[in-house]
Design a protein around this ligand. Structure first.
Ligand SMILES: O=P(O)(O)OC[C@@]1(O)O[C@H](CO)[C@@H](O)[C@@H]1O
Length: 338
C-alpha cells in the first residue's frame, strides 16, 4: 500500500488575473478550487492511474472538512488527524502572465495532535511506501519527517521525501528510497544555479552521499535527471506542451515514478513515466487526468525516438477503451465479454 502524508494540506485557489498591480484592485477572469498539498496531489494522480493510496495528515476547520469530503468524492481513502481549532490553509495561485503563489503558513498544531498522528502511523508496515511531502506548519519541529521515519524504521517501509531545504537535508539521513527536488531547490541547498539535468548530476551525487538512495531532479522544460541507487544516471527530455499550471507537476512526477516502480518496472521506464505525469499536470487545470497522461507518455516516447514498452501501450489502450465505454462511444466491454 502507498500512504501519502500531508502535514500542511491546502485548498489551492487558482485565479487568472489579467493584471497584477500592487496597491490596486486586480480582477481575475476565472477561478478554480482544487484540493492540494503535495501528498494529496500524489494520491490524486495515483487514483487516476487506478492505484489505491491512503492519504494521511492533519486537517482543521471548514476547509479541512471540504478537503476530506472531496477525497471521499474521489474515492481516495483517508486517515487525517482533525484539529480542534484553526483551519487548513488556502493557498492562492495567481495564474497570470507570470505565475505567482502565496502559500499560507498553516494552522498551529498542538503537541497532542502530533502524538495522535504518530499513533496513527502504526498502520504503515512491511512492504508499504510512505510519501512524506510538502512544507510543514511552523508550529511543527523541523525534524518531524525524521521523527516519523525513525518511529517506523526497521519495518521494511520504503520512504519517499519531497520537501524544501532543511527538511529535506534532515530527512535524507534516514536513507529514503526516493527524493525529488527540482533544480531551483537543489540550487538553494548548494548555493548554485544548475539549470539542466547534466548540471544537476554533481548535486544529486552529494544528496546521495547524504543518504538518499534514488535522486530525481526535475528541471522544468530542460528535462529530468535520475541518479539511481546503483549509480546510473538517467536523463529524459520534457515533452512539449502549452503550460497551463505548474502547481502539482512535481507531485505528479513522484506519483508517476511510484506507479511504475511499485509495478516492477525498471528505473529508466519509471523516470520516463514520471516525467510524462509531471508534464501532463503542467498542461492541465489541476492534477492531470488519465487521458492527458496517456497522450503525454505517447508523445514523450515519440520525442525520444524510443519504443514504448508493450505493457504500457496495452495499459493506454485499455484505459482508452474504458473511457469510451463510460462515455457510451464504444461497446468493447460487451464485445470482450461475449
Ligand atoms: O507550501 P508548500 O507545502 O511548500 O506547498 C504547497 C503547495 O504549493 O504545493 C502543492 C503543489 O506541489 C500545492 O497543491 C500546494 O498549494
Amino acid at each position: 500500500m502507498i500512504y501519502t502524508m500531508t502535514l500542511n494540506p491546502a485548498l489551492d485557489y487558482v485565479m487568472h488575473p489579467n493584471t497584477l498591480d500592487m496597491g490596486f484592485t486586480n480582477r481575475s477572469s476565472s477561478e478554480e478550487l482544487h484540493c492540494g498539498g503535495n501528498g494529496i496531489n500524489v494520491s490524486t494522480l495515483l487514483k487516476e492511474l487506478d492505484k489505491v493510496t491512503v492519504a494521511m495528515g492533519i486537517v482543521g476547520g471548514f476547509t479541512g472538512e471540504y478537503l476530506l469530503s472531496d477525497l471521499q468524492r474521489q474515492g481516495i481513502p483517508s486517515n487525517f488527524v482533525k484539529l480542534d481549532s484553526g483551519f487548513t490553509r488556502i493557498n492562492v495561485k495567481l495564474n497570470g502572465i507570470v505565475m505567482t503563489m502565496v502559500n499560507g503558513n498553516g494552522p498551529r498544531i498542538p503537541e497532542k495532535k502530533v502524538d495522535e498522528l504518530l499513533e496513527r502511523m502504526d498502520v504503515v508496515g512491511s512492504g508499504d511506501t510512505l510519501v512524506l511531502t510538502g512544507s510543514i506548519p511552523s508550529s511543527l519541529p523541523e525534524d518531524i519527517y525524521t521523527r516519523l521515519m525513525a518511529q517506523l524504521a526497521g519495518r521494511g517501509i520504503q520512504f519517499v521525501v519531497d520537501a524544501p531545504g532543511q527538511l529535506l537535508m534532515e530527512a535524507i539521513k534516514a536513507q529514503p528510497f526516493l527524493i525529488k527536488p527540482n533544480n531551483h531547490e537543489v540550487g538553494r541547498i548548494f548555493d548554485a544555479n544548475p539549470e539542466t539535468p547534466e548540471e544537476c548530476i554533481p548535486f544529486a551525487k552529494k544528496l546521495q552521499d547524504g543518504g538518499a538512495r534514488n535522486v530525481i531532479v526535475s528541471c522544468g522544460g530542460a528535462g529530468s535527471l535520475l541518479l539511481d541507487e546503483y549509480g546510473a544516471e538517467h536523463i529524459v527530455p520534457t515533452a512539449k506542451i502549452r503550460l497551463v499550471n505548474a502547481t502539482g507537476a512535481g507531485d505528479s512526477m513522484v506519483a508517476g515514478f511510484l506507479a511504475k516502480t511499485t509495478a516492477g518496472y525498471d528505473y529508466d521506464t519509471a523516470l520516463i513515466y514520471a516525467s510524462a505525469c509531471g508534464t501532463a499536470t503542467a498542461a492541465s487545470k489541476g492534477i492531470a487526468k488519465r487521458a492527458t497522461i496517456d497522450r503525454v507518455v505517447t508523445a514523450l516516447y515519440k520525442k525520444m525516438g524510443r519504443e514504448m514498452p508493450a505493457s504500457i501501450a496495452e495499459e493506454i489502450q485499455l484505459a482508452r477503451h474504458k473511457e469510451e465505454a463510460r462515455e457510451g462511444k464504444s461497446s468493447w466491454l460487451a464485445d470482450s465479454d461475449q
